[in-house]
Design a protein around this ligand. Structure first.
Ligand code: NAI
Ligand code: MG
Length: 468
């Protein structure tokens, strides 16, 4: 696979920079292709183009913009399989999961925005004031590699529906799926300059985009560390910032829960996408009274996740994204063990080629241990015992993060009461289904702002009050 161009003003153009990014298949450690690594000049050009395209796009009606999203959906939908295969190749997500989540989820989200236009109130009367919502302007979207297309769509779709124009800087590890999105944009004949793709290194192209005075809003998903830098870059021109950052979410299993289901689903959640999920329930909180039973169930559940070739239909646990990521995950496991954790699952032999990490369950983790505090972003679950509901809530909230979480109980009201006390942006009770229309985002250092549904659209609009 080789892409040599970036996409600006409705055309494939050659970047000014001759630098490239090599893309590796993390399952084979082979280089599968190259894409351009654009520089500051290329970002300038893309932002200028997005500024030029803004007035016309913003002047269309929401229904007209939604019709373009609908066309984009059709062109992406045709590529479902190619999207899944591409993400499996560049990221290592097992193919079955890739079809459902890496391809399916972004299509669901794009559909939801194409459908939202009719219901959303772009203006309303408040007393004698007409309150109108107008596009923020040019959006710089900087996205990560773990759910690459989903994270692009969760920004691009609401931004475009709002009337904003976009410059997208995707992650270095997973650029090819961004090219598939751009092919679909081109075929859907979105007006020139409304969507622009500039691949490049984070500290060069990403930083230039976040700092650019022509960008009105930066929407970023990635590490908390880079998110903080983005805020600093954006401050110089008082840009709006939306950040979706890390997590260390707690899965609270109450003493009256269906333990077998809670542990099985909890382990599955922690292993999804090799644990590279910002919402992963990476801390499992279990009452002392059911602790040893839960550990046995967790070990048995982890054994159902042997590492394997992500292109095979039965594989549930592929490699992590890169050699660097694997080294970081293994170092975290070592730190956990050195702080007194007990290995309940893991340390199995992994294939010599490929960035594999076995499904790992650490027991006896203390709430302040490094493995209970830091986002590991690998297939590693920390199990923490607790005495009563009060202590469970305290442990769950003992985190600088607050992105997601779970509560399991035989009594829904009890679960709701616990969920209400958690300092986090979302909570799933008894394994409730994902809702693509529900607001998604973080408390504390997990981020600023919300994505998805109506609340995700709000982010890309600014509000004007006209009195008469
Ligand atoms: P990262 O935060 O460095 O990368 C995310 C995006 O930011 C990429 O597009 C990258 O090119 C860009 N970027 C990097 N440095 C930048 C800078 N100085 N200015 C502007 N843009 C910049 O994530 P990385 O290094 O790939 O992963 C490290 C850790 O981050 C992971 O182990 C995980 O803990 C966390 N992470 C969290 C994600 C989430 O969904 N919340 C997604 C990816 C990573
Ligand atoms: Mg980084």
């Amino acid at each position: 696979m080789k892409r040599t161009h970036i996409y600006i003003g409705g055309e494939w153009v050659r970047p000014a920079s001759t630098d490239v990014v090599e893309v590796e298949n993390p399952a084979t450690e082979q280089i599968i292709g190259v894409v351009p690594a654009a520089g500051v000049t290329d970002i300038d050009r893309a932002v200028q183009t997005a500024q030029d395209a803004l007035p016309h796009w913003a002047a269309l009606s929401p229904a007209q913009r939604a019709a373009y999203l609908d066309r984009l959906w059709q062109h992406l939908d045709r590529r479902r399989e190619e999207i899944a295969r591409t993400v499996t190749l560049e990221l290592g997500t097992p193919l079955k999961t890739a079809m459902a989540i890496q391809a399916g989820l972004p299509l669901t989200v794009l559909r939801s925005y194409a459908d939202l236009a009719g219901d959303y109130k772009f203006s309303e009367w408040v007393g004698h004031s007409l309150v109108v919502k107008e596009p923020v302007g040019v959006v710089g979207a900087i996205t990560p590699w773990n759910y690459p297309l989903h994270q692009m769509i969760a920004k691009v779709a609401p931004a475009l529906l709002a009337g904003c124009t976009v410059v997208l800087k995707p992650a270095e590890l997973t650029p090819f799926v961004a090219y598939l999105l751009t092919d679909a944009v081109h075929e859907a004949e979105l007006p020139a300059g409304v969507f622009n793709l500039v691949c490049g290194h984070g500290p060069v192209a990403g930083a230039a985009l976040a700092a650019h005075p022509g960008v009105d809003m930066v929407s970023f998903t990635g590490s908390t560390e880079v998110g903080k830098q983005i805020s600093v870059f954006a401050a110089a021109t008082v840009k709006k910032v939306a950040l979706e950052l890390g997590g260390k979410s707690a899965n609270i299993i109450l003493d009256d829960a269906d333990l077998t289901t809670a542990v099985k689903v909890g382990v599955g959640n922690a292993m999804l996408n090799a644990g590279q999920t910002c919402t992963a329930w990476t801390r499992m909180l279990v009452p002392h009274s059911r602790y040893e039973e839960a550990l046995e169930l967790a070990a048995a559940a982890a054994r159902k996740y042997p590492v394997g070739d992500p292109t095979l239909p039965d594989t549930r646990l592929g490699p992590v994204s890169s050699a660097r990521q694997r080294a970081s995950v293994l170092a975290h496991i070592d730190t956990g063990l050195s702080q007194g954790a007990r290995l309940v699952a893991g340390a199995d032999e992994a294939p010599s080629r490929g960035h594999y990490v076995p499904a790992t369950v650490l027991a006896d983790v203390k709430p302040d241990d490094v493995v209970a505090q830091e986002e590991i972003f690998g297939p590693v679950l920390a199990v923490i015992p607790y005495s009563d509901d009060e202590e469970a809530v305290t442990i769950a909230n003992n985190s600088r993060y607050g992105l997601s979480g779970a509560v399991w109980s035989g009594n829904e009201n009890r679960a709701l009461a616990v969920a209400g006390r958690l300092q986090t942006g979302s909570v799933d009770i008894n394994g409730a289904a994902f809702n693509p229309l529900a607001p998604f985002g973080g408390y504390k250092q997990s981020g600023i702002g919300r994505e998805l549904g109506r609340h995700g659209l709000d982010e890309f609009l600014q509000i004007k009050a006209i009195q008469r």
